[in-house]
Design a protein around this ligand. Structure first.
Ligand code: 13P
Length: 258
């Protein structure tokens, strides 16, 4: 069954007050496509201002700490994200798995912490170029997924998976459609094995160099239920064509984020 598409922007370490203008423009233009769920994951310090700027539009974080509170200098808890107005968060992005050496166990704990307070989660997985070239991409990503997904999907908040091949992030390169289809199908099988029929409802996003010019082709691939977009999510001019492509390929039904 095809799911309703989710197009989420990941602003990474971009965004200051003057960029709220783009948040407003994206929210206003995204409203023209009610058949698609659209979200923006902004820097933690911008969440509250972004959420106030666009009431009802889904604003999210990019990471969350697994502990409820405590001596964790510089970190943000799930409740703090909710308190600031976030309705979702990314966990396990490859930039954090690499730079902050986040393990599958930590990513799992972060996802569980977020879901437990009602934050929806976009959990990222993806292989390096070396693993892709050695023919181990599928088994690597499936193992990463198995180690990172929460123990159960109880509760109202949504889990989505983002498949982001590390070598496709910010490079302008994307896997061919067959490789994306193979990976998304393997992810779907693992989700089904872990969660039974609930695994059919988990949206699987593709991320890595998604642009207005390639979005339609990506959204036409089976089991691609949306996109996680970096560079092309920073302005309405670049982002909205991706939302429009999702709308053009979309179906009724599925879960609604936020
Ligand atoms: P780009 O869209 O800039 O390649 O980034 C993808 C990404 O990392 C989204 O999380």
């Amino acid at each position: 069954m095809a799911l309703r598409k989710l197009v989420a922007g990941n602003w990474k370490m971009h965004g200051v007050s003057s960029d709220l203008e783009q948040v407003r423009a994206i929210a206003a233009e995204a409203a023209r496509f009610p058949q698609v769920d659209v979200a923006l994951c902004v820097p933690a310090i911008l969440i509250e201002r972004a959420a106030r700027a666009v009431p009802g539009f889904a604003i999210g974080g990019q990471d969350v700490h697994q502990a409820a509170k405590g001596a964790h200098t510089g970190c943000t808890s799930a409740l703090m994200l909710v308190d600031a107005g976030a309705v979702l968060t990314i966990v396990g992005h490859s930039e954090r798995r690499e730079a902050q050496r986040e393990s599958d166990d930590e990513v799992k704990a972060k996802a569980e912490a977020a879901l437990s307070v009602g934050l929806s989660v976009i959990l990222c997985v993806g292989e390096s170029l070396e693993l892709r070239e050695s023919g181990c991409a599928v088994e690597t990503v499936v193992a990463q997924l198995d180690g990172s997904v929460p123990s159960n999907l109880d509760g109202e908040a949504e889990l989505a998976i983002a498949y982001e091949p590390i070598w496709a992030i910010g490079t302008g390169k994307i896997p061919n459609s067959g490789d994306i289809a193979e990976m998304h199908s393997a992810i779907r099988s693992k989700l089904r094995e872990r969660f039974g029929s609930d695994g059919e409802q988990v949206r699987i996003l593709y991320g890595g160099s998604v642009k207005g010019s390639n979005a339609a082709e990506i959204f036409a691939i089976p089991d691609v239920d949306g996109a996680l977009v970096g560079g092309a999510s920073l302005t309405a001019g670049d982002f909205i064509p991706i939302v429009a492509a999702a709308a053009a390929s979309t179906v009724e039904g599925g879960r609604v984020i936020a």
